[in-house]
Unconditional design. Structure first.
Length: 145
């Protein structure tokens, strides 16, 4: 209860501002005005340059059009194999697995196919480096980011 009356007594005294507080307030307002004028003078009477990301016609972009997307082709981890054959080490993605598990199998580059001899017979694989050079990304790399 005493705390309540103490707070009441502190708030009942008139607010006083001395000359130093008034001078500081006026000085701050002048500084803000000067800063605003300096920034406004840089672009007065000119259009402000804006970097455009999309090549829309002038004005607002149409609402029904989505911004362009970059398509990412993902090579599933389950299709990746590596091993040794008589030509050395091979790394790549099994053709049949890729055809069954990628979203757009018709976009797999045919020139990346090569034949390897595994312990289970001959396999057609897509070379991993060739796929990467043609825009395909490993599934494991997508999970990392």
């Amino acid at each position: 209860m005493a705390l309540f009356f103490g707070a009441l007594g502190a708030s009942s005294s008139p607010a006083r501002a001395d000359a130093d507080d008034a001078a500081a307030l006026i000085g701050g307002l002048i500084a803000l005005y000067a800063l605003g004028q300096a920034l406004d003078n840089d672009h007065r009477g000119q259009a402000i340059p804006v970097d455009r990301i999309y090549n829309w016609p002038p004005g607002a972009p149409p609402r029904h059009v989505q911004p362009p997307r970059r398509h990412v082709f993902v090579a599933p981890t389950r299709c990746f194999i590596q091993g040794r054959d008589r030509n050395g080490v091979y790394r790549g993605y099994v053709r049949r697995c890729m055809l069954n598990n990628v979203r757009h199998p018709n976009l797999l580059p045919a020139h990346c196919l090569r034949e390897v001899r595994t312990d289970r017979g001959r396999r057609m694989i897509y070379g991993g480096r060739c796929l990467a050079q043609n825009g395909w990304v490993r599934e494991a790399d997508l999970r990392r980011h």
